[in-house]
Ligand binder design. Structure first.
Ligand code: NOJ
Length: 589
């Protein structure tokens, strides 16, 4: 425990108190009014990027047996379950987000029997298992797409995708001006079977990501029917739910008209094209999937969870996806993209509690995932999310302290939270991977290292002083699929477990308190008056969380019983870049 006990909470600091805590200011309530206990409403789920978690076969790539091996570690950490990144058969153009078969496991990760053992072991330990499902697009090696290429224009097989004739005299221009998320046009032209020309002179197909990820046509009922079958396939194997990729995609404007601002689509690489994303028809899919989950729950009483990756512009647009008969939850990415700034954090948290919790769902907080620069690095320099301009190496500066403070903040907020593997180790981003090892299609399609995602996907360090740090083993063990820097040693789990001041212990203690204190998890949040650089709120009947976003110490809120802090808190103070929890003494309320 890093916090200095302050006896009865009286301040040793003679400076005037910055009036923490004080009367409530804005008071959005996170109380949904739904008192039924559903495990997912305040669960903390650990995101396992399978490829980089633990390799048991010595090929340098993580696998499902490795995840099984790591389950006791995750149980000890105190999470409620795991989300597995896609492990379906895939040519891995986008590391599994290009699925060639939705009903199997890629041999590089294991097989269905291993998957079943993993689910059984997780359940024995009381851990839920969420699968990543990718309904917006499949792989160009999926049998449906192969048939579409073979069967030609106008065929039923082509109607499962978005095929169209090109514009221009000979159809040499794409059907519209849409840009792909990972760079370049969103259309590729095919070579028709039997064509004498060696060049692709046939129809075009739509892909909002890479050409190897053709978008499915959800206006064809066969697509919905097949996905329902896929959901049943995995639910019958015991999974507890699904993380849904690109959940605001699926439907495109039926006429596929030009985007009003293709330059913005290209520049932001975000879901801003209003004709390609967030079409109203998508909501019926989520209603159908929710009903399917309820059908399983009605059978055995076990809640199933649908958590969506819903990339839309505003929290209120996101709220539409978590209406009571749609997705249970959607990641709240506005916290993840927030700058380290007190006003920004206050604004996004308030918006989330107002717009999302108001639907009856709970907010699903997230600070890191496999697509973003890790917090330790991001908060150190705030370059806007990319890796350019960030100094190579283990990082330092204020990044680690801010990342620790952000973790305590997230775990104190009402709702659910997701922790990305390595976050509990305080892993920094690896920003200086050599060009020749980069695998992210964003890099290969844009030629830019900005926004690339390899740096947060480097295999985890488990033990020892040199790569592979226990990630992969065996005498003939191959090197990890992405190289680990020497300084990963400082973050290896064996060191983290042995050091009570590590990120790992902070996360563990935070998670333990979440379990034991009724004020945490779901419930009310009330803002407290605080100095301008401090965010402070009270949960339930008296658990206070305060975060000092500044660099100068402020007087600590007192009196109260200190519970946990993200850094050393000399009695009576809350240092800069530090968060603390304490139980508010009744006389001070
Ligand atoms: C979002 C996933 O998080 C990302 O990793 C993937 O590349 C895209 N969706 C496309 O499936």
């Amino acid at each position: 425990m890093l916090i200095a006990t302050a006896g009865n909470g009286s301040s040793a600091d003679s400076t005037p108190s910055p009036s923490l805590p004080g009367p409530a200011s804005a008071a959005p309530s996170a109380d949904s009014g739904d008192t039924a206990r559903h495990w997912w409403r305040d669960a903390v789920i650990y995101q396992v990027y399978v490829r980089s978690f633990l390799d048991t076969t010595g090929d340098g790539i993580g696998d499902l047996a490795g995840v099984r091996t790591g389950l006791p570690y995750l149980k000890k950490l105190g999470v409620d379950g795991i989300w597995l990144s896609p492990c379906y058969p895939s040519p891995q153009h986008d590391h599994g987000y290009d699925v060639a078969d939705y009903r199997d496991v890629d041999p590089v990760y294991g097989d269905l029997a291993e998957f079943d053992r993993l689910v059984a072991d997780a359940h024995r330990l009381g851990l839920k298992v969420l699968l990543d499902i990718v309904p917006n697009h499949c792989s160009s090696e999926h049998p449906w797409f192969r048939a579409a290429l073979a069967d030609g224009p106008g065929s039923p097989a082509r109607s499962l995708f978005h095929f169209a004739d090109g514009r221009g005299v000979d159809g040499e221009l794409p059907p519209n001006n849409w840009r792909a998320m990972f760079g370049g046009p969103a259309w590729s032209r095919v070579k028709e079977a039997g064509s004498a020309s060696e060049a692709p002179t046939g129809q075009w197909y739509l892909h909002m990501f890479t050409p190897e990820q053709p978008d499915l046509n959800w206006r064809n009922p066969a697509v919905a029917a097949d996905f329902e079958d896929v959901l049943r396939f995995w639910l019958d194997r015991g999974v507890d739910g699904f993380r849904i990729d690109v959940a605001a995609g699926l439907f495109k404007h039926p006429e596929l008209p030009d985007s009003p601002d293709p330059a913005a689509d290209e520049r932001t690489r975000d879901s801003v094209n209003p004709l390609a994303w967030n079409q109203p028809e998508v909501h019926q899919v989520w209603r159908d999937w929710r009903a399917l989950c309820e059908e399983y729950t009605a059978r055995d009483g076990r809640d199933r969870l649908l958590v969506g990756e819903v990339s839309v512009r505003t929290p209120s647009e996101q709220a539409a996806y978590v209406r009571p008969d749609e997705l249970h939850q959607a990641f709240f990415f506005h916290l993840l993209t927030a700058r380290w700034d007190v006003d920004t954090f206050r604004r996004v948290i308030t918006e989330a509690l107002t717009d999302i919790a108001g639907t009856g769902s709970t907010v699903t907080w997230v600070l890191n995932n496999h697509d973003q620069v890790r917090t330790v690095t991001r908060y150190a320099t705030e370059p806007g999310g990319g890796v350019e301009g960030i100094a190579a190496g283990p990082g330092g500066g204020l990044g680690p302290a801010r990342a620790r403070a952000a973790a305590l903040l997230m775990l104190a907020l009402p709702g659910a939270a997701y922790v990305y593997q390595g976050e509990e180790l305080g892993l920094p981003e690896v920003v200086d991977l050599p060009d020749e090892v980069l695998t992210d299609p964003i890099y290969h399609r844009t030629g830019s290292r900005q926004h690339i995602r390899d740096g947060c996907r480097v295999p985890l360090p488990w033990s020892g002083h040199a790569s592979p740090f226990g990630f992969t083993s065996g005498t003939d063990a191959a090197r990890p699929w992405l190289p680990q820097p020497a300084w990963f040693a400082e973050h290896a789990t064996d060191r983290a477990l042995a050091d009570t001041r590590s990120f790992w212990h902070l996360y563990r203690e935070g998670l333990q308190l979440r379990r034991s204190l009724p004020q945490l998890g779901e419930g009310t949040l009330r803002w407290l008056d605080s100095p301008s650089q401090v965010l402070a709120f009270v949960r339930g009947d008296g658990l206070v969380c305060a975060v000092n976003f500044g660099t100068e110490p402020v007087s600590a809120p007192a009196p109260g019983l200190p519970l946990l802090a993200s850094g050393d808190c000399p009695a009576g103070t809350l240092p800069g870049s530090t968060a603390a929890w304490w139980m508010h003494a009744p006389e001070a309320q």
